[in-house]
Ligand binder design. Structure first.
Ligand SMILES: Cc1cc2nc3c(=O)[nH]c(=O)nc-3n(C[C@H](O)[C@H](O)[C@H](O)COP(=O)(O)O)c2cc1C
Length: 175
């Protein structure tokens, strides 16, 4: 990994995926970038859920405010996101549609409310047909529906640090 140029890009609303991104960043270094939209999602959870369902149905790709400087220079791109409506969140679909990651190693990581990754990892694979995809990482995050927002602190954070280290070793991304 030392001779590789790493980008860690993530989408996060309630900062759980952000926390995992920061844990990965501490271990592998590189550039850490949060995706932002031109038009942010509403504050309200239910309104957001409905908007996302509509976007998923119509295939709408929300325009990104974030610009990645010369994506060609990266060898390894970690892509982090929560599960949204059992899918890859639309902003991450936008990112993978906009940037060409062919020939690179693309590493998905995820937090979710307890229902798992859904089709999200499969969609990353579909949108990166010429990339190498090692096994992704997933852990339970918040459950905004039940008012549980940020959980990556205390014991949970420590546990995720250990799990991330194990996963990175297993995939051969760190020694
Ligand atoms: C719009 C929306 C849809 C969601 N859909 C799901 C889902 O389908 N399955 C699930 O397990 N969690 C779902 N969640 C919960 C998030 O995946 C979970 O809280 C995650 O940890 C949030 O990550 P973040 O803090 O980085 O935003 C949803 C949350 C939001 C806001």
């Amino acid at each position: 990994m030392k001779d590789k140029k790493v980008l860690i890009v993530y989408w996060s609303r309630t900062k759980n995926t952000k926390a995992v991104a920061e844990i990965i960043h501490k271990k592998v270094g590189g550039d850490l970038v949060a995706l932002e939209l031109v038009t942010p999602y509403p504050e309200d959870y239910q309104t957001t859920v409905h908007q996302v369902a509509k976007e998923n149905e119509t295939g709408f790709l929300p325009p990104l405010k974030t610009k990645i400087d010369s994506i060609e220079k990266y060898d390894v791109v970690f892509v982090g996101f929560p599960t949204w409506g059992m899918q890859l969140p639309p902003p991450v679909k936008s990112f993978l549609n906009q940037y060409n990651l062919s020939g690179k190693t693309v590493v998905p990581f995820n937090t979710n409310g307890g229902y798992g990754i859904g089709s999200s990892f499969e969609t990353v694979k579909k949108l990166c047909p010429s990339s190498t995809l090692p096994e992704g990482f997933s852990t339970k995050g918040g459950v905004e529906r039940d008012g549980i927002l940020f959980v990556m602190e205390g014991n949970k954070e420590k546990q995720v640090q250990i799990e991330v280290q194990k996963w990175l070793k297993k995939t051969g991304l760190v020694n």
